[in-house]
Design a protein. Structure first.
Length: 421
């Protein structure tokens, strides 16, 4: 739905409205005036989209959809805008977010909205290949690669000559081939020998901790419940599921078959899954805010999209992250920070998280890098060495500790007196 199409429609619409005014048909004129408003809104939204003003484009498409709710062109355009905005949030440098924090929905939610728009467009006009393309792009952002490939193939059945669908499918297949080439020869051979009955349709890998839904579909446990974070429907057949991540059991028979007949691939799959959840003993995601000391407790309201994504991943793993302040002299993160543990995590309906954290141990940041908009660091842990008895250093340390205790007690007494006064 490019600008040329909308401009032609807009010209025809304005000419028709002028004709209606001449004959005095007020009801028809009002209807076509509304359509004219839709065309103007879409033209403005398309210009904003091309100029990377994505939030403005989404807002304009939304206004147009309020006037014309089921228009597949507008739905597809807004789906594309949601996809681009989701990718933009993921690619946003952590340093930029530390200077200018963002509020709003996280990248996954924008991808979910893009998927909903594409599915609505398909319901309105199922023979339009562009809707299948938009749906596939949204599914890729949600890491539902099996469904994304299926959407591309369905679109090619509708229009085998569609160049965007052909290019997207070719790029998708290349990515899958590169992923296979990065595995060992032994694993590749094992995958050739087994069937795809043991593959998860969400991650396209061998099932790990398999669970089977009441509707009969099997997925990796982590894949299924990651999908359940965004909706309570089966990823395959869209049946409504009422499952609890903590109590829903593994498929014991399927798990035993995989471990017995594919032990080497299962071991590699297990190591890979543990790496995704646990970054490593010397790596931590960083929350850039302020200095925290060991044993200090703190309440946090997580609202930035990048940190919402980070917290969801942390809660699947060790429940620990690093808290670091900004160095005012260099305008970058400090070299020394503190590991904190999430003691309580309350997700709110609007996507925010209310956290209670407690400081654990200090560390020195060796290096840091961006990952999906937030920082991850390789760290070196501090180890306190107690001086031997009888040494001058131990005596000085005890004097400092006594002085600190006296100052703290004095401050508490003064605070109590001030409160009573």
């Amino acid at each position: 739905g490019g600008d040329a199409v909308w401009e032609q429609r807009s010209k025809r619409n304005r000419a028709f409205v002028d004709g209606l005014r001449e004959v005095g048909d007020a009801s028809s004129s009002a209807e076509w005036e509304q359509r004219g408003q839709v065309y103007e809104l879409v033209l403005q939204a398309n210009r904003a989209f091309r100029e990377s003003r994505l939030e403005e484009a989404i807002s304009l498409y939304t206004k147009a959809l309020k006037l014309q709710p089921k228009d597949p062109i507008i739905l597809n355009n807004r789906s594309a805008a949601f996809c681009c905005y989701s990718q933009q949030l993921r690619n946003r440098p952590a340093a930029l977010s530390e200077i200018q924090a963002l509020s709003g929905m996280d990248p996954t939610v924008h991808a979910e909205l893009a998927l909903k728009d594409a599915e609505r467009a398909l319901k309105s006009q199922s023979v339009w290949p562009k809707s299948y393309y938009r749906k596939a792009m949204a599914l890729m952002l949600l890491e539902q690669y099996g469904d994304a490939r299926e959407s591309l193939l369905c679109g090619l059945q509708v229009d085998p000559s569609s160049i965007p669908l052909q290019a997207a499918l070719s790029d998708f297949n290349k990515r899958m081939v590169l992923g296979l080439e990065n595995t060992s020869d032994r694993t590749r051979q094992a995958r050739v020998q087994r069937t795809d009955d043991f593959d998860c349709t969400l991650c396209l890998k061998m099932l790990y901790d398999p669970v089977t839904t009441p509707c009969g579909h099997s997925f990796c446990r982590s894949c299924l419940f990651q999908c359940m974070d965004h909706g309570n429907k089966c990823p395959m057949c869209r049946t409504v599921l009422l499952l609890s991540p903590r109590t829903y059991p593994l498929s014991v028979t399927l798990n035993n078959i995989i471990q017995k007949f594919f032990p080497e691939e299962y071991a590699e799959r297990k190591a890979e899954q543990e790496t995704l959840i646990h970054l490593g003993i010397n790596m931590l995601p960083l929350f850039v805010m302020d200095v925290v000391l060991p044993c200090q407790k703190l309440s946090l309201n997580i609202f930035e999209p990048r940190y919402r994504l980070m917290i969801r991943r942390i809660m699947e793993g060790s429940r620990r992250m690093g808290m670091v302040g900004m160095d005012s002299t260099t305008s970058s993160i400090a070299d020394v920070a503190c590991e904190v543990e999430i003691c309580e995590c309350e997700p709110l309906p609007d996507g925010r998280f209310l956290l209670q954290v407690e400081g654990r141990r200090r560390f020195h940041i060796i290096r840091s890098w961006d990952q999906d908009g937030y920082r991850v660091a390789e760290v070196d842990w501090f180890s306190d060495i107690c001086p031997p008895d009888g040494t001058r250093e131990r005596q000085d340390l005890q004097e400092v500790a006594r002085g600190a205790a006296e100052l703290a007690q004095s401050w508490i007494r003064r605070a109590g007196d001030a409160a009573r006064a």
